[in-house]
Design a protein around this ligand. Structure first.
Ligand SMILES: [Zn+2]
Length: 163
């Protein structure tokens, strides 16, 4: 995978994921003033660092200015962040989880002794999201699952489920 190649768009703009679109726009405008090729005049070739920076900033802004593409990016970013901390055994399949009749949740034991719990609603929600994805962009949808946090420690797993 090429995750290291994917830059954090918020970092590119010097913004934070909690910033409003107005705040991000402000950051973008400041950076454009700083790096715009027109501003740098003739001394700026297409390979120059400033020009590269400008393209990067511009591409980041194009994604973050739109609510829909920003939301998609936020989801992807969150998944990537979580994935980075995951050990190999951090994926569980819903079929392998135990159904707890009393609490109406699927459970999986964490190495710390705590539990990962997935409710029926979460399973349904993920299935619907998965179906939506398949209609729009099938290549993105194939690894969707629910991110579940341990109820005791800070570990999380991705719960995969067949649609
Ligand atoms: Zn745990």
């Amino acid at each position: 995978m090429c995750e290291t190649r994917d830059k954090d768009l918020y970092a590119v703009l010097g913004a934070s994921p909690s910033d409003s679109v107005q705040q991000i726009r402000h950051r973008y405008q400041q950076l454009v003033l700083q790096f715009h090729p027109d501003r740098l005049g003739g001394e700026c070739s297409s390979e120059s660092a400033s020009s590269m920076k400008f393209l990067e900033v511009d591409a980041a802004w194009k994604i973050l200015k739109d609510q829909k593409t920003r939301r998609e990016y936020d989801l992807k970013r969150r998944e990537q962040e979580l994935r980075q901390d995951w050990p190999e055994d951090s994926t569980v399949y819903l079929e392998d989880m135990a159904w707890n009749k009393d609490e109406q949740v699927y459970t999986h034991y964490c190495r710390c002794g705590g539990r990962f719990c997935v409710t029926k609603e979460e399973v349904e929600g993920a299935k619907i999201a998965q179906q939506d994805d398949e209609e729009e962009e099938s290549k993105e949808g194939q690894h969707r699952g629910v991110i579940v946090c341990c109820d005791t420690c800070s570990l999380s797993v991705q719960c995969h489920m067949a649609v």
